[in-house]
Design a protein around this ligand. Structure first.
Ligand code: M6R
Length: 612
């Protein structure tokens, strides 16, 4: 989604603005622009395409001024062109605004602004806001803060807006509604940004902003007010990671770095949640023993990769704690009249904590009376703030658009919840919990072992670079792993990839198999249902029809029928997704590389989807 930055301080503004836009690139974008706070008339430059295009255009003698705003745009209204790029300026060239989100009443607003004589030069919803702010500022004696407040009362939808005016260029004004905006507090300089990555190299002090709060920054002051003008006390916090966490650290891509950070991310997410007497400690749940025992149902809501963590939650919670679980794609949840009672616990899963579909589902669940627990990786983001309880994963910043380490830590979070529930309601014995506790602690080392042996897998992957279809098969808790393998490949390699439950194969998907079609099968752990044998039969079925079969199997397990076997360490059935997912991430990464795709910023995608 769009990246936003505002700067005022002692530096020549172009430098921190471009640095910030570089750090926000990971959010996904297709054009970029800046406005520099030149007194009298702003300097504005914007270009379609990558940031390098903007930098080339800025390779001229630039005004040395100490404030400005910058934007990376992920196109919604209007294609990714120079004229649709942000900032948008008023017809005097004095006021510039940048925007993330969607202005829902923009058609009406556009008509009104045209009637008032404003000439439009873009197809965006944002341009109307530039004219609206400009008019309101004139009506309110040149006060941009008041103009912003009044504008927000008129606008519908979700938005972060940041604006600057050439008559008072040391002041930058912003607001947020259902879209992120944070303040960075520096020494003699202040920032506004969509997320802390934009300014983490300057300061670790940040202020979170609430809904409809208007913020004004100067180099030395920050003032936050509500829509009535009442002053709001700043909610300051310290950012827990440092600038190096948002750099590639010697890896070719953020995604590769994040894949290799997974042992640490998993270990960090376990810290403090396993007691010395081998119990699961989850004070963050904020639920009494009585409340847990009264639970009748759990509903998990999430999108994309986080939804796959939700599916894993269903298998783990039902098996261990015997509480029924529904898993729902967040964007479908609230349009279906879901049945929610006070005995329903809703678990939202979101890496960013800003995904609009998940946020709307959380609001719907809360309005229906459910208690909402969120699993999230991003401190102080909107979804945790609106939830009753939060279980933070400690993956550190995830920069690559394709989610990797966040997913593994989400799995850990759901296992911890499942075990905690089982511990409280007595569905598992102390010995069973202790056994799983020991297994959880061993996971980081096992992920490390997989990562030490990925080179042959990378070479094998390259041999499939010209394939246009790859199918993934899983059974039981391996099914969400198959779905995740397919999603990762689609988003990175841009090829047809689908995940199936092995048992569904004969009900249709087997028709897709052609000579040489790669099929990646996740072999389940042998159990009382002989699921492993059933998957081995599936392997024979696809092989007989020409598939090239790659099997992910635990060490020592006999596998028949596969052309290639990828080994993972031995682990119990329900924990296998933590290990089986890793080779699929490497497969998708290598496939993207082999096909010459942009690994960290795949086409058309944004890191967090802050529009519905
Ligand atoms: O930030 P969230 O976890 O809420 O994001 C959900 C999805 O948008 C995200 O997982 C997406 O599917 C990833 N690009 C997958 O790699």
């Amino acid at each position: 989604m769009c990246g936003i930055v505002g700067y005022c301080g002692p530096q020549s503004a172009v430098t921190p603005l471009i640095q910030a836009l570089r750090r926000l690139e990971y959010r996904g974008y297709d054009s970029a622009g800046i406005a520099l706070g030149v007194r009298g008339k702003l300097f504005v430059e914007k270009r379609a395409g990558k940031l390098a295009n903007l930098e080339n255009a800025l390779d001229i003698e630039l005004p040395v001024v100490h404030s400005g705003i910058g934007h990376t745009r992920w196109a919604t209204h209007g294609g990714p062109t120079d004229r649709n790029a942000h900032p948008h300026v008023d017809n005097d060239g004095k006021l510039a605004v940048i925007h993330n989100g969607i202005i829902e009443n923009y058609s009406q607003l556009r008509l009104t602004m045209q009637e008032r004589g404003h000439t439009f030069s873009s197809d965006t919803d944002t341009e109307s806001v530039a004219y609206l702010l400009s008019d309101l500022r004139k009506e309110h004696n040149g006060d941009l803060v008041v103009a912003m407040r009044e504008a927000v009362k008129i606008l519908r939808g979700s938005f972060t807006l940041v604006a600057i005016h050439a008559d008072n260029p040391d002041v930058i004004v912003g607001v947020r509604r259902n879209s992120p905006l944070v303040v960075g507090l520096g020494e003699g300089e202040n920032f506004l940004a969509s997320d802390v990555a934009a300014f983490i190299n300057h300061t670790k002090r940040a202020i979170e902003l609430g809904q409809d709060e208007v913020v004004m920054i100067t180099p030395t002051t920050v003032e936050i007010t509500d829509l009535d003008g009442a002053v709001i006390a700043p909610r300051e916090y310290e950012i827990s990671w440092d600038a190096s966490a948002a750099q590639k650290g010697g890896f070719a891509h953020f995604m590769l770095k994040e894949i290799f950070e997974q042992p640490k991310a998993v270990a960090d997410t376990l810290i403090g949640r396993l007691s010395d007497n081998k119990q699961i400690v989850l004070d963050e749940l904020s639920m009494s023993v009585q409340e847990i025992r009264a639970l009748k149902k759990i509903t998990v809501i999430a999108c994309g990769t986080a939804y796959h963590a939700g599916m894993i939650a269903k298998y783990a919670i039902e098996k261990w704690s015997k509480i029924p679980v529904d898993v729902e794609i967040a964007s479908e949840f609230r349009y279906r009249d879901p049945i929610i009672t006070p005995e329903t616990l809703v678990i939202a899963i979101s890496q960013s904590g800003e995904t609009m579909d998940t946020l709307m589902a959380v609001r719907h669940a809360k309005a229906a009376g459910a208690r909402v627990l969120t699993i999230c990786n991003t401190h102080s983001s909107t979804i945790p703030r609106e939830s009753d309880a939060v279980l933070y994963t400690h993956a550190g910043p995830e920069i690559a658009v394709a989610s990797t380490k966040a997913l593994l830590t989400q799995m850990i979070a759901v296992y911890l919840i499942a075990l905690h529930l089982a511990q409280v309601n007595g569905a598992l014995t102390d010995e069973q919990i202790e056994g799983l506790y020991i297994e959880l602690l061993a996971l980081p080392g096992k992920i490390e072992m997989i990562l030490e042996t990925v080179e042959p897998l990378r070479a094998l992957t390259r041999s499939f670079a010209d394939k246009n279809t790859v199918l993934f098969l899983g059974r039981n808790i391996g099914y969400p792993v198959a779905l995740e393998g397919a999603l990762k490949l689609k988003e990175l390699a841009y090829i047809h990839a689908e995940g199936f439950a092995g048992g569904e194969l004969k009900h249709g998907p087997i028709a897709l198999i052609e000579e040489g079609t790669p099929v990646i099968a996740i072999l389940p752990v042998a159990d009382e249902h002989a699921l492993d044998q059933k998957m081995l039969s599936n392997i024979q079925e696809v092989k007989a029809r020409g598939a090239c079969v790659i099997v992910i199997a635990q060490d020592g397990v006999h596998v028949e029928g596969a052309q290639h076997i990828i080994r993972i360490p031995v682990v119990s059935a329900l924990l296998q997704p933590v290990l089986a997912t890793v080779p699929l991430q490497v497969f998708a990464y290598e496939m993207a590389l082999a096909r010459g795709n942009d690994v960290d910023q795949p086409r058309n995608l944004a890191k967090s989807v802050t529009v519905e």
